[in-house]
Every structure is written in C-alpha cells, then in structure tokens.
Design a protein around this ligand. Sequence first.
Ligand code: IMP
Ligand code: MG
Length: 175
Amino acid sequence: MGSQAGLHKLLSRADIDSAVKRLASEITRDYHDKNPLLIGILKGSFMFLADLVRLLDFPLELEFVRLSSYGSGRQTSGKVKVVQGLRSVVRGRHVLVVEDIVDTGITVAFLLDYLKKKKTASQRLCALTDKPSRRRVPADIDYLGFTVPDKFLVGYGLDCDEKYRNLPDICYLEE
Ligand code: IMP
Ligand code: MG
C-alpha cells in the first residue's frame, strides 16, 4: 500500500490478521456451543466478517443489516437509517453484532437496543476498531481489535464516500 496519494498506513494486513485470530479465539471460547447468530453491519464490516468467520470452526448462522448514519463524506448525521433490516428471527438467539468501527456509538447502540427489545437470549458486540474520543452514546465493546486515534480511516471495508473499501490495510486520510 501507500501507492495512493494522501493515504498513510495505520494498521497493516499483518496487524489485522493477528487481531482477527485473537478475536476468533475469544469468540470460539464463548460461543462454540451456542449456535450464535452473527450480524454484520453493512457495508463496512464485510471484509472483517469474512475473515473472522473463516476462523470460527463451530456451528453458527450469519445475518446482515445495512445501517447508514452518514449522509456523505465524513460527518455523521446523528440518525440511523435502516437501509436493509433483519430477516432472521432473533428471539431467544445468542446474537453477536460485528462492526468495523465504533465512532459516536450511535449505530451500535441503535442495533443493540433493537435486539434487546426483540428478546434475544444475549447480545454482544465485536468491533475491529474503536475511536473512543468521539463517543456520544455509551457502547460496550465485548470483543475489540484496536483502539484507534481520532482520524478518518479507510480500507479493509472502511470507506470515504464509497472509496477505498478494497484496500488490504487500514489507512488514514491526510487532513
Ligand atoms: P457511529 O454511529 O458514529 O459509531 O458510526 C459508525 C459508522 O460510521 C461505522 O459503521 C462506519 O461505517 C462509519 N465510520 C465511523 N468512523 C469512520 C471512519 O473513520 N472511517 C470510515 N467510516 C467510519
Ligand atoms: Mg459501518
């Protein structure tokens, strides 16, 4: 990487790989006998989730929701829009939400709240990255890859105006 102007590598593919392995072993320890439902928040979590589930060698099910809090660019609108909702029955299930980044916390708080109301057996959160400096609502992250600085990140699923999702590393954009 580094071939695209204005991008600086923050987390390399190797950093990400070892974090994903660690998270997979924590999740295996806690969920191997629970037939959990993993819910990926699209689009940002697609690459992380794909790498993570390949390391989970036990029965589980997958679901996706597409939530959007960003109109465009780098500013959150503060409101969560459900672009595509859940199709699976979540009542009584052990649900693990998988997210790329927790920023203000609004997106994950919205989904975890919704799940609780639907009477899941449990709901937890796995996030690859956490930007705690920007939190506006509380969010407990049960399984966390990295705490990251207050920079706008792209790559490994993360976008800026739909660009850069395909980068293998996580980079930040020059201010
Ligand atoms: P929150 O609701 O403010 O926590 O924002 C969560 C969503 O905003 C994430 O799912 C990302 O899609 C997006 N987001 C937040 N920070 C970044 C970033 O640094 N780069 C790319 N997307 C981000
Ligand atoms: Mg996202």
